[in-house]
Design a protein around this ligand. Structure first.
Ligand code: ATP
Ligand code: MG
Length: 186
């Protein structure tokens, strides 16, 4: 399967959902390098992107830190990338597509290259969960299911470069046991 890395160009935000044929604008360009989810234009997201002091620290990744922000209505996770010219915008686009395809993933609200604003996911990270399992066979079986799951998503959005790392999944308790879904894309 040919993978084509999309550049952060405005036209890459025009997307046709391969399942429904529906044409969708994934993001509105609010300022030069700021994209907003068209469904949340009314939220004061530009201000949020520029905040330096945010909220509680959630965790550290290789690309930067993630913080919790509570606007009173919803809890958001704000990812601050440490390198200029980072992938906030392509991760925004990728997560929007994953969610619009019907997979469970946090809603993304806005992005610049250095910041991504999304829903806070209150569940355990899949990587942490698998490392804590005593049963290695169970852990590798779940790992295989995760890889198949990510391949299914990738086959629908082959134009994006997905990050299938288990640290980008979460495990969620359901009525029939637990299941995993996509946490983020980086
Ligand atoms: N939307 C979210 N809701 C809750 N926690 C999140 C969210 N996004 C990321 N996190 C948490 O923030 C921490 C850092 O995540 P980040 O995506 O930056 O790095 P990573 O995926 O763990 O690792 P790497 O950067 O090496 O791929 C992790 O503990 C992750 O579980
Ligand atoms: Mg991640």
């Amino acid at each position: 399967m040919a993978l084509r890395r999309l550049e952060n160009k405005l036209e890459t935000f025009d997307w046709t959902n391969p399942d429904t044929g529906q044409k969708i604008k994934l993001g509105e360009q609010a300022e030069k390098d700021i994209f907003i989810n068209p469904e949340y234009i009314s939220l004061d997201l530009i201000k949020l992107l520029s905040l330096s002091r945010i909220g509680d620290y959630i965790g550290q990744g290789s690309e930067g830190q993630v913080y919790l922000y509570d606007d009173g209505c919803r809890k958001m996770a704000i990812k601050k990338y440490k390198m200029p010219g980072s992938s906030g915008i392509s991760q925004f686009r990728c997560l929007r597509k994953i969610r619009l395809l019907g997979f469970e993933a946090p809603e993304v609200y806005a992005a610049s290259e250095e910041t991504l604003v999304m829903d806070y996911v209150p569940h355990n990270n899949l990587a942490k969960y698998l490392f804590s399992l005593k049963d290695e066979k169970k852990a590798s079986a779940i790992n295989r299911l995760w890889i198949e799951f990510m391949r299914r998503i990738e086959s629908k959005i082959y134009e994006e470069t997905l990050d299938s790392s288990i640290s980008n999944g979460y495990i969620k308790p359901t009525a029939n046991g637990s299941w995993f879904d996509v946490l983020d894309q980086g």
